[in-house]
Design a protein. Sequence first.
Length: 104
Amino acid sequence: MTTTLPPIGGLEFASFRLRPGVSEHALRQAAQAVEQHLLRHQPGFVSHTLWRGDDDSYVDLVLADSRERAVALCELWPDDPHGAHFLSLLAPGSALLAFYRRVA
């Protein structure tokens, strides 16, 4: 089955480490809850994925229809119970957040 994604015009790229004692399983569950209960219901949302690097760092990637929408989606997390829980799993001071606009 082939699925066609809506146009992608922007993305949020956040790299981070887990808080000591937090399991990857807990992070995956929190990411699924954010997508299911928050992101899927927002205009402009395209996709959400979670990645792990070889050094046990992580990347959270949100694709949206525009850079501005990616920023707006990210701004929802702290005030949403699922987003706030996800953010509580990150090691303090480890997150680097960036937003990008599609150029081609």
